[in-house]
Design a protein around this ligand. Structure first.
Ligand SMILES: Cc1cc2nc3c(=O)[nH]c(=O)nc-3n(C[C@H](O)[C@H](O)[C@H](O)COP(=O)(O)OP(=O)(O)OC[C@H]3O[C@@H](n4cnc5c(N)ncnc54)[C@H](O)[C@@H]3O)c2cc1C
Length: 297
């Protein structure tokens, strides 16, 4: 999924650069074609924990730092237990969401898509969609991608999707003494953290599926005490997960297709999800990947 997504993000970025260089319209001249923002990703934690011990076993070729080396590299961390180990990946990063949404909109329109705004889908069947303004579209296939929060409204056959309220804490200030993305795994903590906001000026951290921020704050006070004074707010989120963390792509008995990106990673994998749906419905190219996915669902 990651490989296909990266390839399409990069292809889209190149196409946007070309449109910008051609400069045919003001909108094209204003394109911001950079879609990916590289960051270092530290995975670390108790070497005896299940997650970290599996990582060390499965990736022995990686350079595993001890806790002193981790702190040397990232001085914002404090009180790291001695039996912590960690590894940094440099091929990680974030998607520039605003550039990506705007860029994909422009590319879709350049390729002939007819996008409608501010008019909701009120009804549909396997070959037509009707909007609140009364417009009806007909076609060979209807794919519903109306989002994790609306699955229960539109997909009468939906199962195995859990919506879990989650709160993350954001802090600002100097972020240079921390990895751009990190994940700590130990018996006590399972903390994830990454850069956030349009200009990546803040860092959010939290625990998947944890509504209460008490444990997250306890972690911050112990692990990154110098950052606690830089806390600027709390974001509420609905973490929407499927069993086994799969992307949903299926056809219901009524012939309507459904595609949803979920599991806190649906955005970064969106190009791959789109390609899987496109390959399945338009080119009929039932790729190995799609077969694997169908087997899982
Ligand atoms: C707080 C939060 C943080 C996240 N962080 C990440 C992250 O770091 N990385 C990552 O990869 N993913 C992340 N995700 C997940 C990602 O945002 C989703 O997986 C992805 O947006 C799903 O895309 P979608 O197109 O299926 O749905 P959505 O993005 O929800 O889009 C659905 C669209 O359909 C519209 N809609 C709804 N009903 C109708 C209707 N009746 N008619 C017409 N339109 C309708 C909605 O307004 C919306 O614009 C996060 C999600 C949340 C909530």
């Amino acid at each position: 999924m990651m490989g296909i997504s990266m390839k399409i993000w990069n292809e889209a970025s190149d196409k946007l650069k070309a449109l910008k260089n051609q400069g045919r319209t003001e909108e094209h001249r204003n394109i911001e074609p950079e879609l990916l923002f590289p960051l270092d990703y530290l995975t670390y934690g108790d070497k005896n924990s299940y997650f970290i011990s599996c990582m060390v076993k499965n990736y022995p070729e990686k350079k595993w730092m001890n806790s002193k080396e981790i702190v040397q590299k990232y001085p914002a961390f404090e009180n790291l237990p001695e039996d912590y180990v960690g590894n940094v990946s440099y091929d990680a990063g974030n998607v520039k969401v605003k550039n990506a949404l705007n860029g994909f909109r422009i590319l879709s329109e350049t390729n002939g898509a007819d996008l409608r705004y501010n008019s909701e889908v009120t009804s549909f069947d396997k070959s037509s969609i009707t909007l609140t303004d009364g417009t009806t579209f007909t076609g060979r296939n209807v794919v519903i991608c109306c989002g994790p929060f609306t699955i229960d409204k539109f997909d009468k056959n939906y199962t195995n999707v859990k919506v879990i309220p989650t709160e993350t804490i954001n802090f600002g200030g100097d972020l240079s003494d921390l990895p751009g993305i990190f994940y700590e795994s130990s018996e006590k903590y399972s903390i994830y953290s990454l850069r956030d906001k349009h200009d990546f000026s803040c860092q959010k951290f939290g625990i998947h599926g944890e509504k209460d921020t008490d444990l997250t704050m306890e972690w911050a006070k112990e692990r990154i005490p110098s950052k606690v004074k830089e806390i600027i707010g709390i974001d509420a989120c609905f973490y929407t997960v499927t069993e086994g963390h799969e992307f949903i792509y299926k056809t219901n008995p009524d012939g309507v297709h459904y595609g949803y990106g979920l599991n806190g990673e649906g955005f970064k994998y969106m190009p791959a999800h789109g390609k899987i749906i496109y390959d399945g419905l338009i080119t009929g190219d039932d790729t190995t990947y799609l077969k694997q996915l169908k087997a899982k669902i």
